[in-house]
Design a protein around this ligand. Structure first.
Ligand code: UGA
Length: 432
């Protein structure tokens, strides 16, 4: 039987909403607080979720008895036993994390002085040492009784609810056993082992995990480049390499590089953290520059094929940073569209879910409702996101809509032989 707790979650973004909905599903009483009044208005209307995450709308609706939304920080913390901090920590110009939203939560706690509050748990990705700074701030303002936990999140967009409920591990960083026990109890019903460690290590696990995943991607992209020069096929190489249980098959998909709100930001944050302590994290430097080069290399290959990109019409198939999300943050498509426009090309794009982006470069690109329309009259098409719809496209027919049948498969989702049989000049990443 789950011991129901009153929980306040600060931040109604991907992490906060998933955390709030999943904790409510586990039987807790949850109040989610955000500063965005439109978000809160939508959330109060059952079924309307301001972000795209499969299953989240249903989960929120099913748990509406135990899930409330508010703009009022004082109201959220007043009755809480546990406060979860899930606000974003964007990079500052020095590459450090901007913790102002985290400090705003601490401020709200101080103001409301909630008598039942036992634990402040941070899910936001923060530099190592943040927990200690927050501890000091709490102590200095007479809130010694509130205990601190670093409880980083490892869910991926698109599979976040499943990842929350079936994690590989729940990392609980605390400085005492009682706090670790309380955070563990909160997760009763979640299927995964608890790793109770100290606070700085828990903070580092999050950064190290994302950096290592980013390293795997950069590594396979480097292998892909060598494959292109030597005639090997990166898909076959990755499949066989991944069969070694010490290496594993995941995150070995070569492509246009990683994007999203986490890998680019966290890799830079870890690098900044290392640099600030006087240590240049060489390997991470290489990972970051391989990833920055990846879309540019693809465009160079396309330019060589077309002779020039100037006045060429290029169709971008997919805009989001990966399939299964509407998220455009740090998407490789943005670099690709910007570079194409800088070279004088015309950009025509398609994406089934991408949030409409008004700012550059998207304000200069035409968005179409289908891949076929985006490809009409194009001199080349680039598969930027691995949307499953693209696999089922009648490529032999759409080829005739294009001015020139050049196809650059930036995610290696199509079969080279079939594409060539359909009449395309087919290019991809790391395949002969
Ligand atoms: C990532 C991590 O996978 C989560 O564990 C973590 O909790 C999350 O960041 C976070 O820090 O909040 P997410 O950004 O949603 O999750 O997306 P991923 O599925 O990990 O993909 C990241 C990027 O890597 C995408 O652009 C994807 O296309 C790319 N990728 C992934 C590859 O290019 N190759 C691969 O083999 C795998």
């Amino acid at each position: 039987m789950v011991q129901s707790k009153r929980v306040a979650v600060f931040g109604a973004g991907y992490i906060g909403l998933v955390t709030g909905a999943c904790l409510a599903e586990l039987g807790h009483d949850v109040t989610v607080r955000d500063i965005d009044s439109e978000k809160i208005r939508l959330l109060r209307t059952v079924g309307e979720v301001p972000i795209y995450e499969p299953g989240l709308g249903d989960l929120i609706a099913q748990n509406k008895e135990r899930l409330t939304f508010t703009l009022d920080a004082a109201e959220a913390v007043r009755d809480a036993e546990v406060v979860y901090v899930c606000v974003d920590t964007p990079p500052t110009s020095s590459g450090d994390a901007d913790l102002s939203r985290v400090w705003a939560v601490i401020h709200a706690i101080r103001e409301a002085n909630p008598q039942d509050l036992a634990v402040l748990a941070v899910k936001s990705t923060v530099p190592v040492g943040t927990g200690e700074r927050i501890r000091t701030a709490l102590d200095e303002t007479g809130l010694q009784r509130i205990r601190y936990a670093a409880n980083p999140e490892f869910t991926a967009e698109g599979t976040a609810i499943h990842d929350f409920m079936h994690p590989d591990r729940i990392v609980v960083g605390t400085s005492d056993e009682a706090t670790a026990r309380l955070v563990t109890e909160l997760h009763q019903g979640v299927h995964g082992p608890v790793e109770a460690i100290d606070i700085p290590s828990a903070e580092m696990v999050k950064l190290a995990s994302n950096a290592l995943l980013a390293t795997k991607i950069a590594f396979i992209n480097e292998i892909a480049t060598v494959c292109e020069a030597t005639g090997a096929d990166v898909q076959s190489v990755a499949a066989a390499v991944g069969m070694d249980h010490r290496l594993g098959p995941h995150f070995l998909r070569a492509g246009l590089g990683y994007g999203g709100s986490c890998f680019p930001k966290d890799a830079r944050a870890l690098r900044a953290m290392a640099s600030n302590s006087g240590y240049p994290f060489q390997l991470l430097n290489a990972v970051i520059s391989v990833n920055e080069l990846q879309p540019r290399r693809a465009l160079l290959r396309l330019k060589n094929e077309l002779g020039t990109l100037k006045r060429r019409k290029i169709a971008l198939l997919g805009m989001t940073f990966k399939a299964g999300t509407d998220d455009m943050r740090e998407a490789p498509s943005t670099i690709i569209a910007s570079r194409l426009l800088a070279e004088g090309a015309q950009v025509q794009c398609w994406d089934p879910l991408a949030r409409s982006a008004q700012e550059a470069p998207w304000n200069a690109a035409a968005r179409h409702p289908s891949p076929a329309e985006a490809m009409t009259g194009a001199d080349a098409a680039i598969v930027v996101t691995e949307w499953p719809q693209l696999k089922d496209l009648d490529w032999a027919t759409v080829r005739h809509l294009m001015s020139r049948p050049v196809l650059f498969d930036g995610r290696n989702v199509l079969d080279p032989q079939s594409m060539r049989a359909a009449g395309f000049t087919y290019m991809s990443i790391g395949r002969p």
